[in-house]
Design a binder for this molecule. Structure first.
Ligand code: DC
Length: 226
């Protein structure tokens, strides 16, 4: 008799910049033995690569050709998936740089760039299986709406803009999050918005630990019932 592997759990966490996604996804990954996938880092990696190649977000045909030529791989860093482009991991310092902050939303608004990343993002489930994780916790802007609309859990985090700016400043980031959110929320393809049926959580007055417990509770309950 063959014993089939338990189904992979998928947790989708969407929200604007500094809404609390990253901290809570990392803790959930640890607690439930999940692969942590920060899709914002993927858009940042692609942006850093385009900038390195001298590609401008305003030059659509060049962006489309450059996007089609990207070759992705995945390397594990602890529980987190790190994107490789052409066999190279784009260093964190590069993807969190001011120039990438300023450009990433413009590249992310281009449908061909999103299309180039779609299969790669879905493919993280195979990476999780190959490394014997119990599932995936994926954070981004369109995870519960486009990448995994059938995810086991879909959360949408939001917070007051002043509080989010304070959090980002505390992290030492140079980031115009209000401007990025404006571009991310108003683009035509996969705009940032709470997907229908997702659980929306206002994190403004919650500590990081309270956000984690709010997200973890239904996951624990479901796993206990299995
Ligand atoms: O999560 P982050 O702030 O590092 O994301 C950087 C940018 O990437 C964000 O401004 C919009 C884009 N992004 C996206 O369009 N879709 C995703 N699933 C994740 C990020």
């Amino acid at each position: 008799m063959t014993v089939s592997a338990p189904p992979i759990i998928i947790i989708a966490i969407d929200g604007g910049a500094a809404s609390g996604k990253s901290t809570s996804s990392k803790v959930l990954a640890e607690r439930f033995h999940l692969l942590h996938v920060d899709t914002g880092s993927f858009y940042r990696g692609v942006t850093a690569e385009f900038l390195r190649l001298g590609v401008s977000a305003t030059d659509a045909p060049v962006v489309v050709a450059a996007a089609a030529a990207l070759r992705f791989g995945t390397k594990l860093h602890g529980r987190s998936a790190q994107m490789e482009i052409g066999g190279r991991v784009v260093p964190d310092a590069e993807i969190r740089s001011r120039i990438v902050n300023e450009n990433v939303s413009h590249f992310a608004a281009i449908p061909e760039v999103r299309a180039a990343l779609l299969a790669y993002q879905r493919g993280q489930v195979d990476v999780a299986r190959a490394h014997h994780f119990r599932g995936v916790v994926m954070e981004g802007r369109d995870i519960g709406s486009v990448i995994f609309p059938d995810a086991d859990f879909r959360f949408f985090l939001h917070a007051d803009p002043t509080e989010r700016a304070r959090r980002r400043a505390n992290e030492g980031g140079h980031d115009s999050i209000a401007e990025r959110d404006r571009i991310d929320s108003t683009r035509k393809t996969a705009p940032l918005s709470c997907p229908v049926g997702a659980v929306s959580i206002d994190t403004t007055h919650l500590t990081a630990a309270q956000v984690v417990e709010t997200l973890a509770a239904p996951v624990s309950a479901r796993l206990a019932a299995r």
